[in-house]
Design a protein around this ligand. Sequence first.
Ligand code: FAD
Ligand code: NAD
Length: 480
Amino acid sequence: MATKFDVIVIGGGPAGYHAAIRAAQLGMNTACIDKWLNPAGAPAFGGTCLNVGCIPSKALLDASHKYIDAKEGFSDLGIQVADIAIDVPAMIDHKAKIVDNLTKGVAGLLKTNGVTALEGRASLHAGRSVEFTPHEGETTTLEADHVIIATGSVPVDIPPCPLIDDIIVDSTGALELQSVPKRLGIIGAGVIGLELGSVWSRLGSEVVILEALEEFLPMADKNVSREAAKQFKKQGMDIRLGALVTGSSVKGKKVEVSYSDAEGEKTEKFDKLIVAVGRRPYTEGLLAVDSGVNLDERGFVFVDDHCNTDAPGVYAVGDVVRGPMLAHKGMEEGIMVAERIAGYKPQVNYDTVPSVVYTHPEIAWVGKTEQELKASGDIYKVGNFPMAASGRAMASNETVGLIKVLADEMTDRVLGIHMICAHASELIAEAAIAMEFETSAEDLGLTMFAHPTLSEGLHEAALAVSGHAIHIANRRRKQP
Ligand code: FAD
Ligand code: NAD
């Protein structure tokens, strides 16, 4: 095995494998080291995202959505389905197959791009020297001109609720349940809590989510979070805000959780409990004292806007650095760093990172929320479009939700686009492209959208910014 590389990437999750493949495409001799072992004990590239994150959770979200739609939605369309049943082990098996295919796919992509894939643990020492310990075998020292750290994140655990077998689980355990819990408790009404709560609620669990904050989905635009709270309540998810979990105890096969809210101390019994209170950057055993890389006060690897660490020639990308913990943000950082090493000058535009919550309806946004604009004193205009007024939404029985466009009052430049509706995860790409190209609401309004589509909702919301929407009563009326 070679011991000298142009680039060594530590971590083969989305941030790391994108960096490695792009570096190799640009002609650099690149290695990517990853220590992940799948449940069968085999090395698996792809990190959290492919193994226990984005992909497996979406496999369960899509399967459970199809199930509930067949059970409760199809009859509205004149489709009668009898004897609908859910086979949880088969659903989990389907998810495992997708994960297996994709993780093998990443290993294949590394190979075909000429990246040396090394399976085992790495640590970084002074002068970009990397100690590599394979899963089986001796530690070797590798050298590189450039090192990219992409070691990701792990779930936060909280002292009141230590994980216990398959009764108190984190997001990884929640993707492996083999039957539908009768009563499911979830701590944290963040993205994971809502997505996994949706999966098990659709399959028949009585879901109670305990959230410490008084406000629901504070990072989303207020109109969207209000609509989301209404829809999740209708779906039967019991979301309790201002509920601070103080303890848990397992009695037989049940878990009792104690929490305090404005009314005092309370307890609840569940068959399973999912702890989904956030993720933290992962750097355990990574940095030797002489590595020259510093962490910030929250444990993230400290980097500048171009992902340079404090050590020359060492970069860090993805969940292990500041910014949203999203796979696509890490991928773009990985590509940016590889290209900057090769002498190009790309930037990541952190103002246009799209966010999606894969519930039903889906929630998605890009740019600033109305409450952020208010807080920063920006003067803005708003265009809203209710999906109930969309012909395509009516045709497909998906009329819940809205699309909202926020634009600067003076320049008309779009500052934020927010949506809660079916297929928002796809529609948000149009919004991100528009914002990346610094669109005005008028530009969006002048663009032709295919009819009939849900995308027309974005067109109408953009027109509504200046009172020109066709399919709703406009509040502001202005001459063109
Ligand atoms: P990771 O994916 O965490 O990969 C880091 C890799 O580094 C791991 O493979 C690890 O084994 C390896 N590693 C760590 N230390 C070492 C070492 N010392 N030596 C060798 N290897 C090491 N994001 C989205 O954008 N969309 C979603 O829909 C979404 N859904 C999610 C659902 C769940 C349930 C979870 C938990 C997360 C989800 N995320 C989602 C977040 C997403 O998974 C992360 O943002 C993304 O995986 C971060 O990528 P990364 O490459 O920075 O780190
Ligand atoms: P999160 O930060 O989204 O939500 C955690 C929630 O738990 C917060 O609302 C927090 O107030 C609450 N909380 C914390 N401590 C608590 C306590 N003791 N009692 C009650 N509530 C408590 O974190 P997450 O949902 O765990 O997700 C982790 C990361 O993974 C997120 O940063 C997210 O970006 C990423 N992720 C993304 C997607 C997606 O893009 N669709 C899906 C899943 C995860």
